[in-house]
Design a protein around this ligand. Sequence first.
Ligand code: DX5
Ligand code: ZN
Length: 216
Amino acid sequence: MMIAPSLLSADFSNLRDEIALIENSGAKWLHLDIMDGHFVPNITFGPDLIKKIRPHSKLFFDCHLMIEHPEKYINDFKKAGVDLISVQVETCVHLDRVLSQIKEQGMMTGVVLNPSTPLSSIEWVLDKVHLVLIMTVNPGFGGQKFIHSMINKIMDLKMMIINKNVDVLIQVDGGVCLDNAKLIKDAGADILVAGSAVFGAEDISKAYIDLEKAIK
Ligand code: DX5
Ligand code: ZN
């Protein structure tokens, strides 16, 4: 069980220091939210920024693509130093092919579902992914409210993974906070993404450590 702080809520004028803060607090993963202003209404950053921060951190770079035509950019993110790429199932007509492309580039694979997207959409790629990310807000912005009905979706995914006898991690992203972290863990999640609850806090280290305590 682990927390992956999302850089989206960090102070971008002070990235190096803020990344060091979570790394020194014990974080192992850094969640990188890539938005294109088409698939989601917001625009964030791309491979160039990741390439700049890569030499300053040993964290595992977990890259969440919220972009149309992700297949065009897999190689750029690989070159930037990303360790895992998750693609939104809604952006991939040929999901199986895109996952193979990520794997062939030597990265770990993930697939993401919007709150309204059914689990059946990923049933036949479950043997090709290292993680499934359940969105618990509609992607696009940090600081939104957790959609409570997603607890059942996480539990259903856990059952699906057990029934198919595959080794797949469950990641949860959106609205994770001190009040709901334990509930999400108990539903079956392995990795909790937290943006505003960590990087958005006054004291980033304390927020990370408190959230860790809440899930233990
Ligand atoms: C939302 C992003 C999230 C975001 C989460 O579209 O995918 O990773 O950073 O932010 P919080 O934790 O504030 O909901
Ligand atoms: Zn994300």
